[in-house]
Design a protein around this ligand. Structure first.
Ligand code: AMP
Ligand code: MG
Length: 350
């Protein structure tokens, strides 16, 4: 996240996030495996190659640097500067890569008709799901804050590498996309360092470089959203791809038996109740997968399926609150359903 909240995630959340997606098996032991903590989550890197330590450290420093510019919890970070100047007409200079993240966020906001919206910050803050004091904001407050949520109010001047928010009080929150970008950057560093085979898991955002050293695909487990971490209900084999999951089990609080999770529907201002409890996107570019995992979660099964099926090279796994699993056509015969809880049904044909 790198939303205000990404940065605040506690170690409890980290443990939760660690296993949202994970390597199911790795018959060849990695010649290097290391865990770090950054972006509010545990980051695991498996690297095969010469001098993996150097690549892993380089990736970690880069992720820390990204965290420091994208966080909204540190006064003076680039995104904080963008937010704190909202509504005053000033164009804020930003790093090229931040402009790229913002452009990508805008693209998926438009594509999902605002289901993904990087200006959702005021609502994320109001619910305080990542804080020690989460709350249910009164409807009057939600109504007021909804007026601040509109990705079209985020103006980008790409040639001059600057941006501004048109209304005072608006907050850009890149929590739904930043880890995806970090995964792409990690992969680029591995390639630059001559590594042919690597796997990074940023709290449920997985990116693979190549295949396993023996040539077989990496096997990624999809977490059972209603069971403890590490219980998966299916496996997706990937080579040189990314798998990103959004789920209502990743971060939430409960009041009177109701779960209030961290993915906000920008139309209602409340945690999304689209009928989906987990969405996983499989594609080549992790920033795209991250934006789409959040967008499809909010869109609900029908619209999510239509959106993903319209995008070449993108596949998805959707899990509904009535415990049915749906996959895009391209995953049929590829996704292996392995649920042992007996609670979930794989609906192969829709
Ligand atoms: P993810 O786990 O990738 O689905 O991202 C969820 C995070 O993105 C939340 O913790 C918020 O910081 C932010 N977020 C919540 N709702 C939205 C939304 N509708 N669009 C974009 N970002 C969101
Ligand atoms: Mg996301």
């Amino acid at each position: 996240m790198i939303n205000g909240d990404l940065m605040k995630k506690t170690s409890v959340f980290c443990v939760v996030l660690l296993f949202c997606i994970f390597l199911v098996s790795c018959s060849t032991p990695p010649n290097f495996e290391k865990q770090y903590f950054a972006m509010g989550t545990v980051i695991t890197q498996n690297i095969y190659g010469t001098d993996p330590q150097k690549a892993a450290d380089e990736v970690f420093s880069k992720i820390q640097q990204l965290e420091s510019v994208l966080t909204i919890n540190k006064a003076g970070s680039q995104i904080d500067t963008l937010n704190s100047n909202a509504g005053n007409g000033k164009w804020i200079p930003l790093d090229k890569e931040i402009i790229y993240i913002l452009e990508t966020a805008q693209k998926y906001a438009a594509l999902s008709n605002g289901a993904f919206d990087p200006t959702v910050g005021p609502l994320v803050k109001a619910w305080g799901i990542f804080t020690d004091h989460p709350r249910i904001p009164p409807q009057t407050e939600i109504k007021r804050l909804l007026k601040l949520v509109n990705y079209k109010d985020l103006l980008l001047d790409v040639p001059n590498l600057s941006a501004r928010l048109t209304k005072k009080g608006q907050i850009v929150d890149l929590g739904g996309i930043a880890k995806g970008y970090a995964g792409d950057v990690a992969k680029d560093i591995y390639i630059k360092d001559g590594i042919k085979s690597a796997f990074i898991n940023l709290g449920g955002n997985v990116v693979a470089l190549g295949s396993k050293p023996d040539g077989s695909p990496w096997k990624v487990g999809i977490q059972n959203p209603r069971q403890p971490d590490g219980k998966y209900l299916g496996i997706v084999p990937i080579r040189n791809q990314t798998v990103v999951t959004s789920g209502d089990y990743e971060r939430y609080f409960e009041r009177n038996g109701v779960r209030y999770h961290h993915i906000i529907d920008p139309k209602t201002g409340a945690p999304s109740k689209s009928g989906l409890i987990s969405t996983s996107i499989i594609t080549d570019v992790s920033i795209n997968a991250d934006a789409l995992s959040t967008a499809t979660f909010v869109l609900g099964l029908e619209k999510a399926m239509a959106l993903v099926e319209s995008l070449p090279g993108v596949e998805a796994i959707f899990i509904t609150s009535d415990k049915k699993i749906y996959t895009t056509k391209g995953l049929q015969g590829v996704f292996t359903f392995t649920d042992t809880s007996g609670e979930f049904t794989y609906v192969e044909k829709r």
